[in-house]
Design a binder for this molecule. Structure first.
Ligand code: HEC
Ligand code: HEC
Ligand code: HEC
Ligand code: HEC
Length: 187
């Protein structure tokens, strides 16, 4: 009797460890795509960050790789692939470049170009209203939900001389073009 009880409890511990492992995986943040942010970030009162982004060149970055200009740039660099499939172009022109398929939700589409999640982190864990409000209030650990509040020093990860069409990057001027602040009254 005693022995079978021991075996049973060991099995229980094993099953619990297994399920914890599974939970840990389910808790990994996934890229959901900018369209998921639209429903809460389109109103004027909240600064319309979605609308500002959708009108920006970042939202066209994948489309750009389909133009004749892009094909000519690639050819000149000896890239014989379609730029929309070439790693050497995609690495700066899409969200979640080099991220495995399991870390992207079904709603994610690389056609969105340089989306919100490039700068704010994969959204699946932080996008629920409760978490967003807690983050804004400074009551939620950002790391635990893969959230990034936005860091202007990271722009040069793409805006640098590895870009075949590089134009000297002036941070403050560039930020003015894509700035999306929440009006003070909302905060
Ligand atoms: C269910 C609604 C909802 C969704 C979906 C949502 N947000 Fe938010 N978000 C909010 C609210 C509410 C705030 C708090 C500030 C406010 O009221 O505008 C906020 C604040 C933010 C902030 C500023 C937080 C801070 O640190 O002050 C960022 C950045 C942000 N959201 C990005 C995103 C991104 C990127 C997505 C999509 C992946 C997204 N949000 C999806 C509701 C949402
Ligand atoms: C993942 C790479 C990436 C990051 C990070 C990035 N950008 Fe960009 N950005 C691009 C690409 C690619 C384009 C060109 C899109 C196109 O024209 O199709 C672009 C275009 C722009 C443009 C338009 C330039 C023009 O000629 O009109 C501005 C402004 C800009 N980015 C500002 C910023 C700022 C500010 C940051 C940081 C807060 C930033 N970007 C971070 C990739 C990036
Ligand atoms: C290191 C990051 C990076 C790589 C790699 C990259 N791009 Fe870009 N691309 C950018 C950024 C940033 C911009 C916008 C600002 C600029 O031109 O400097 C841009 C803009 C462009 C534009 C618009 C130019 C304009 O004048 O508006 C085209 C076309 C383009 N890229 C094509 C390509 C092609 C084709 C490849 C692959 C051969 C490629 N890019 C690789 C970052 C990159
Ligand atoms: C190229 C990078 C980049 C992209 C793309 C981007 N953001 Fe941001 N975002 C930032 C940075 C950087 C900040 C912080 C600015 C600062 O330091 O004040 C920020 C701040 C914010 C804030 C807080 C504004 C405030 O006044 O507190 C919200 C909300 C937000 N972003 C939502 C979004 C949403 C939604 C998208 C996509 C539709 C998006 N962002 C796309 C870089 C980006």
């Amino acid at each position: 009797m005693k022995r079978s009880a021991l075996i049973l409890s060991m099995m229980l511990i094993f099953i619990m460890a297994l399920s914890l492992g599974v939970f840990a995986q389910a808790d990994k943040a996934q890229y959901v795509g900018s369209a998921k942010c639209k429903m809460c970030h389109s109103s004027k009162a909240r600064g319309n960050s979605y609308g500002i982004w959708a009108e920006s060149k970042h939202a066209k970055a994948f489309e750009t790789l389909g133009t004749e200009e892009s094909k000519a740039i690639a050819k000149k660099l000896g890239i014989n692939e379609d730029p929309q499939k070439a790693d050497k172009c995609l690495k700066c022109h899409v969200t979640a470049y080099n991220v495995s398929a399991s870390d992207k939700a079904a709603s994610f589409k690389q056609e969105e170009g340089v989306g919100c999640e490039v700068c704010h982190g994969p959204g699946s864990l932080y996008m629920p209203m409760k978490v967003m409000k807690a983050l804004a209030a400074g009551k939620q650990d950002a790391k635990a939900v893969a959230y990034n509040k936005g860091d202007k020093t990271k722009c040069v990860k793409c805006h640098n001389e590895d870009s075949p069409t590089y134009k000297p990057f002036k941070l403050e001027e560039a930020w003015e073009i894509i700035a999306h602040e929440v009006p003070k009254a909302q905060k």
